[in-house]
Design a protein around this ligand. Sequence first.
Ligand SMILES: NC(=O)c1ccc[n+]([C@@H]2O[C@H](COP(=O)([O-])OP(=O)(O)OC[C@H]3O[C@@H](n4cnc5c(N)ncnc54)[C@H](OP(=O)(O)O)[C@@H]3O)[C@@H](O)[C@H]2O)c1
Length: 365
Amino acid sequence: MKTYPYIITGLGNIGRNLLAILHERDDLLAHHYGFRMRCVGVADSSGVAYDAAGLDAAAIVQLKQQGGYLRSLPTFQTNWSPIDLAAQGEYDFLLESTPTNLVDGQPGLDIVRAALNRGRHAVLASKGPLVLAYRELAALSDLQPAGSNRQDGGSREQIVPPALRFSGAVGGGLPSINIGWRDLAGTQISKAELVVNGTTQVILEEMASGKTFDEALAEAQRQGIVEPDPSLDVDGWDAANKLVIFANAVLRQPTTLADLSVSGIRDVGRDTLQQAWAAGGRISLVGLAELTAEGRYRLSVQPTILGPEHPLARLAKGEMGIVYHSDIVGRTTATSLEDGPIGSCAAMVRDIIEIVGREQLQGLA
Ligand SMILES: NC(=O)c1ccc[n+]([C@@H]2O[C@H](COP(=O)([O-])OP(=O)(O)OC[C@H]3O[C@@H](n4cnc5c(N)ncnc54)[C@H](OP(=O)(O)O)[C@@H]3O)[C@@H](O)[C@H]2O)c1
């Protein structure tokens, strides 16, 4: 049975929970899917721990849960940055979960570049590299448009490029990307509606029950679900980042943040909210992609009244959802109510299983 060595960059809410899940589910992966995973490298803000023979995953999870740093470990590599780890370590999978940086995408962007350039699979939770450099990264991976960079009769490495997956970056465990890629394959998507920012769902629901915007924001902050910079949530930028990734990946329309019209929830009035709720609907921050007569998708993020008949009007507090409208399937809806960051970790696990399954089919595993 094949064992895949992997590295995790970033050991916060996502990275350390992912490490724990992969460690705990070693036997499940072996029995159900026929492979094992072995952690050989990890990185946090203090640097890198690496051991090609395998690290003690349980001890690292405990260290990070207790607020410790990798620099205290004997396997700490004093001369390696996280980018060096990706560029020089021996591994098959990069699992990237450093903070989302929308200024220059670093350090995640260079980490992912280093892995893909060496033919290593990359599974991302972080959004910065995808928002800023989707086309570049896709071109290094199996997401390149069919035939664009492939040579018939070329080497195995050319024919089977590394995988790039990020199904947890657009709504955590919500299968927002996978439905479009896999289940609606061959359809023409005419419209997609995304409610993928759980924080604004909570704030708007608190306001509908009578709180002011400031009180509702404070409540969401008390629950620990607001980004350190709240404007990322309340001004719509987190939802916009996810829509940029969605548009590039699923709609296959080259898109940057500049292509979106974005407005957040600060100006939503309590009265309007309460009227929407009283009528059996709600107001949500909706990312919308609509196919125009010119064949391009018009993209926006804005607070939107969802009438009682709308499939996303009944979401629970903090729940996320997506509605696809396509020509030969019709309307397809998915929703997901998750326990903190675990849904995003689960999405990274399903990405790994999908990539290994592809290798098994190709006879590479
Ligand atoms: N939280 C979620 O529910 C969620 C869901 C989907 C996607 N995401 C994305 O996943 C990523 C991680 O989120 P998170 O909630 O886990 O963040 P987090 O709790 O803030 O953890 C970030 C981790 O990255 C490490 N780090 C910071 N700067 C670094 C650097 N220069 N090099 C290497 N490591 C560095 C931190 O190190 P220390 O431990 O030393 O501080 C920490 O371990 C973000 O990009 C986020 O947007 C998060």
